[in-house]
Design a protein around this ligand. Structure first.
Ligand SMILES: *[C@@H]1O[C@H](CO)[C@@H](O)[C@H](O)[C@H]1NC(C)=O
Ligand SMILES: *[C@@H]1O[C@H](CO)[C@@H](O)[C@H](O)[C@H]1NC(C)=O
Ligand SMILES: *[C@@H]1O[C@H](CO)[C@@H](O)[C@H](O)[C@H]1NC(C)=O
Ligand SMILES: *[C@@H]1O[C@H](CO)[C@@H](O)[C@H](O)[C@H]1NC(C)=O
Ligand SMILES: *[C@@H]1O[C@H](CO)[C@@H](O)[C@H](O)[C@H]1NC(C)=O
Ligand SMILES: *[C@@H]1O[C@H](CO)[C@@H](O)[C@H](O)[C@H]1NC(C)=O
Ligand SMILES: *[C@@H]1O[C@H](CO)[C@@H](O)[C@H](O)[C@H]1NC(C)=O
Ligand SMILES: *[C@@H]1O[C@H](CO)[C@@H](O)[C@H](O)[C@H]1NC(C)=O
Ligand SMILES: *[C@@H]1O[C@H](CO)[C@@H](O)[C@H](O)[C@H]1NC(C)=O
Length: 800
């Protein structure tokens, strides 16, 4: 199959992957040693470099603004971004590397010494060890202490005491003989490596699973017990090519541990505990010169315990997750600390409390807050009515909120783990605030308002007169909007009013939230507030104009935009049936018939084909998933979010960082780091096509204990000529079996590892329309769940 000819413009949007930046060559003036010994201590700006040059050991400074905090660390030596993977003295910085040294003590231990102090750090081995030992940094990133006579006989190794990173090849788990477990702990903040609040470790209760803990107490996420081939909580692990990332869990009398290996000729990758409490797998992308996450657990940032602190709301998929509740302000302005009690929000105005409710004093009041789930740590009140519940909360000064459903729940002290509701689901709780937060309350201000109303009225009359005299000849609506090309330029104030102050959120994506609005003529619109556009005014307008010229029945139409300082907003046509994911996976999925499903598949293919092949400046979408396909009132699909990659430019890596849970739509070339072409969209389309047919997320099948990844199962069954019973009988009731088979074949061709064997979107349209035939696809075995425990090397070859 011929690849589509792609001009540079085609893949510019995706990550600027064509521009392979070259690293500045490392100076090799003096070849650094990989060994520290008593005779050759390490100090100052010197460093050790592993034999293959991959890792280095030396002193580094995480925060330029704190010049007297230095740490001894291991980092990637060949990567342009300084990335420490292990830190000796993470909680005890030294002030000056020139006066400190890493050396070997008389008793054979490795020590970090600061001039006037007892050892800052030590390998701390007690017992009888050789007094002539050396420290060696290995190419695996393991820093070891061993007798100088035999450096493979490790007395101590950094792999057994990881800090925040878990490197490939390191055993992660429990040593049953000495009763020691490895754990990784987040940094306290992005510039402070001292131990933070989040930890990943093997379950201390002895089961074969890993748990995420906050403050060494609250378990907020667990992988689930090892099934023999996978962890139930991380089904996507099964979708990585084994030849790229192989893993196994070992459990015997001495130890139980998890270990993974990365094929280093293809990829540099690692797992780490982020400051924000998620464990992420990140891969180094040479083309972006940065680490890009390909995996995260828990998938939702907002399910991390205490992530935003007290009295703050977590909103998924926004750029800065946390925001203070009404009536509260950030505790640490400008330095929001994830998961840290020093972060969070405090009251603007102190509560009056019940004691003062007598006579004319103001009493505390409540406002309603919609949240996804009730926060834990609720107390059950005895009240039998909503009013009684409210009164119970008013009566106790430390009560901060109440909820009245079947019974009365009261919260005392802090409110934590609040998450914005997703769509219509959720609960309403009542949050207590001082009366002064409700400004229209008192009669005093009432009088003041009346006076201001009089003055305002007078001014208004003057304005109306002026407008009448001078401006009536102009079109009235030009005051709120003007036309640019085919697009309308909106004022931000105007958009705020048509969306009623952005009150009804339709959804949120990688680039910002979308709100429902109604123009004065009754037209419904979807208003998308873009988060964090760094682009200047002119390029922004240019890109938006380009998007405005792209029109197709299967692409969402851009009506206009707003660009006022940092406020960048796009206004789209409104789609009454919402996004595809809500229709096919939602809690009450509208039972879409096979015919509608087939039309959706065809429509999306046509829209993508137009983007790739027909429109003037071709565009790779890069983020095809059910969330980005919207349905109009007759369930005609329209693709959303195309062209935004250009606006975000390099920042497009945010698509990947905010893509928790959608990893299954990512083509392998995103992970392997080769150039992204339109075939990456074809891959995502294929993955989505399986879901359109099955009505289930591909990843959900693994959770149900099915050992075979659904797309692989379909490919196998196609070979056997028996696919019908793979799908929900309700969906298949009116299905045309030939169409089902055709769609299955297409989906399997789309997800082939080699992008050249994937069809183009144009070919897919022709096949769906019956103009082209399609052959039986090969089984994409690289996607097969690891079903045996054989090592990476033995079966790697069969996948290529
Ligand atoms: C060495 O270990 C002992 C006990 O195992 C501990 O009390 C001491 O603080 C450790 N010293 C250093 C420098 O880590
Ligand atoms: C320590 O090791 C030396 C030589 O390896 C041995 O002679 C000595 O008995 C050992 N001491 C103890 C207390 O085990
Ligand atoms: C190391 O041990 C040997 C014998 O066990 C002894 O002769 C030597 O002096 C020791 N060296 C140091 C520096 O303690
Ligand atoms: C070095 O130590 C390793 C691990 O203990 C051992 O297998 C190997 O035989 C030793 N080599 C020599 C030369 O003693
Ligand atoms: C964290 O845990 C420690 C020890 O269990 C406890 O003293 C401290 O209060 C906890 N911190 C918070 C904020 O709950
Ligand atoms: C009432 O509130 C005022 C100020 O808010 C405070 O000084 C006073 O002590 C309160 N009275 C009672 C009885 O708590
Ligand atoms: C408020 O409620 C807390 C928690 O139930 C309780 O410990 C405290 O005594 C109550 N205070 C008053 C004044 O009732
Ligand atoms: C109501 O209270 C009972 C007992 O305290 C509890 O089991 C139940 O879950 C509560 N219901 C709700 C909706 O909170
Ligand atoms: C690593 O990848 C290379 C290139 O794809 C392949 O030739 C090699 O066999 C792989 N190695 C392993 C151990 O899988």
């Amino acid at each position: 199959m011929a690849t589509a000819e792609l001009s540079p413009r085609v893949f510019l949007p995706c990550f600027l992957l064509v521009m392979i930046c070259l690293r500045p060559p490392l100076s090799r003036a003096a070849r650094a040693s990989d060994t520290v010994s008593r005779d050759r201590p390490l100090s100052g700006g010197h460093r050790l470099v592993s034999r293959g040059g991959k890792f280095a050991v030396g002193f580094f400074q995480p925060d330029d603004t704190a010049p007297d905090r230095w740490y001894l660390a291991i980092w990637y030596n060949k990567i342009s971004k300084h990335t420490p993977v292990w830190i000796a003295n993470r909680a005890r910085p030294i002030s000056n590397p020139e006066s400190s040294e890493l050396t070997i003590s008389q008793d054979g231990n490795m020590l970090l010494l600061d001039r006037f102090q007892p050892p800052i750090w030590s390998t701390n081995i007690t017992g009888n060890i050789s007094n002539s030992t050396v420290g060696v940094i290995l190419d695996t990133g393991n820093f070891v202490l061993a007798p100088s006579s035999n450096t493979t006989d490790f007395l101590w190794q950094s792999f057994n005491e990881p800090t925040h990173v878990w490197l490939p090849g390191a055993k992660f788990g429990r040593n049953k003989v000495i009763g020691h477990s490895t754990r990784i702990i987040s940094w306290d903040s992005s510039v402070d490596p001292s131990p933070g609040y989040y930890t990943l470790e093997i379950d201390p209760d002895g089961t074969n699973q890993f748990v995420h803990k906050w403050n060494n107490s609250e378990i907020y996420w667990a992988t689930g017990k090892w099934t023999g081939s996978m962890f139930p909580g991380m089904p996507e692990m099964a979708s990585y090519p084994k030849a790229l990332l192989a893993y196994e869990f070992v459990d015997n009398d001495q130890e139980s541990y998890f270990i993974y290996h990365i094929n280093e000729t293809m990829l540099t990758a690692m797992f780490l505990m982020e400051v924000s409490g998620q464990v992420k797998g990140v891969a180094w992308l040479e083309s972006v010169q940065d680490w890009v996450p390909f995996f995260a657990v828990p998938k939702a940032q907002c399910s991390v315990y205490f992530v935003c602190g007290s009295f703050a709301m977590c909103t998924e998929n926004t750029f800065t997750f946390c925001s203070c509740l009404r009536g509260f302000n950030k505790q640490l302005e400008g330095n929001w600390l994830y998961g840290n009690p020093r972060g969070g929000c405090t009251r603007n105005a102190r509560l009056q409390c019940g004691a003062n409710s007598s006579k004319n004093a103001e009493t505390d009041r409540f406002y309603t807050l919609a949240i996804a789930n009730l926060p834990d740590k609720a107390w059950s009140g005895v009240a039998v009515s909503a009013d009684g519940c409210k009164q119970a909360c008013l009566d106790n000064c430390s009560c901060v909120a109440y909820f009245y459903g079947d019974n009365c729940s009261l919260w005392y002290g802090d409110l934590i783990n609040l998450v914005s509701p997703d769509g219509s689901t959720g609960h309403i709780i009542y949050v207590k605030l001082a009366a002064s937060e409700f400004f229209s309350a008192s009669t005093k201000t009432g009088k003041a308002l009346a006076v201001w109303a009089l003055i305002g009225g007078a001014i208004l009359i003057v304005i109306i007169v002026i407008v009448g005299v001078y401006l009536v000849p102009m079109k009235i609506y030009s005051k709120t909007r003007k036309i640019e090309g085919s697009l309308v330029v909106f004022r931000f104030r105007y958009l705020r009013s048509v969306t009623e102050n952005f009150s009804e959120r339709l959804g949120k994506g990688s680039f910002g939230s979308v709100y429902k609005g109604m123009l004065p003529d009754g037209t419904l619109v979807a208003v998308k507030k873009l988060d964090g556009v760094s682009q200047g005014e002119k390029p922004f307008r240019a890109e938006v104009s380009t998007i405005g010229t792209i029109q197709h029945v299967n692409l969402i139409r851009l009506i206009g935009f707003c660009s006022e300082q940092s406020m960048k907003v796009l206004v789209y046509e409104y789609m009454p049936n919402g996004s595809l994911d809500r229709n096919i996976f939602g809690s009450t999925p509208a039972k879409l018939s096979w015919n509608i499903r087939f039309q959706i598949a065809l429509g999306v293919a046509k829209g993508l084909s137009y983007l790739h092949e027909e429109c003037r400046s071709c565009i790779v979408h890069c983020d095809i998933k059910p969330e980005n396909v919207l349905l109009d009132d007759s369930f005609m699909p329209k693709i959303a979010d195309f062209g935004l990659a250009k606006i975000f430019g390099r920042d497009f890596s945010r698509v990947l960082t905010t893509m928790r849970g959608t990893i299954g739509y990512l083509a392998p070339e995103w992970i392997s780091g080769t150039a992204i072409t339109a075939k990456a969209d074809v891959f995502s389309y294929g993955m989505m096509l399986f879901e359109i047919m099955s009505g289930k997320r591909n990843s959900a099948w693994c959770q149900q204990g099915t050992e075979t990844f659904f797309p692989v199962l379909v490919a196998i069954r196609l070979q056997e000529g028996d696919i019908k019973d793979l799908f929900d009988s309700e969906i298949m009731r009116d299905a045309n079996l030939q169409e089902v088979e055709k769609a299955c074949k297409i989906a399997c061709w789309c997800i082939q590892y080699d992008e050249n064997t994937r069809p183009t979107m144009g070919e897919i349209v022709q096949i769906l329309e019956g103009l082209l035939d399609v052959n039986l696809p090969p089984v994409p075995r690289y996607l097969q769940v690891l079903d045996d425990h054989s090592k990476l090397s033995s079966d790697a070859a069969s996948y290529y």
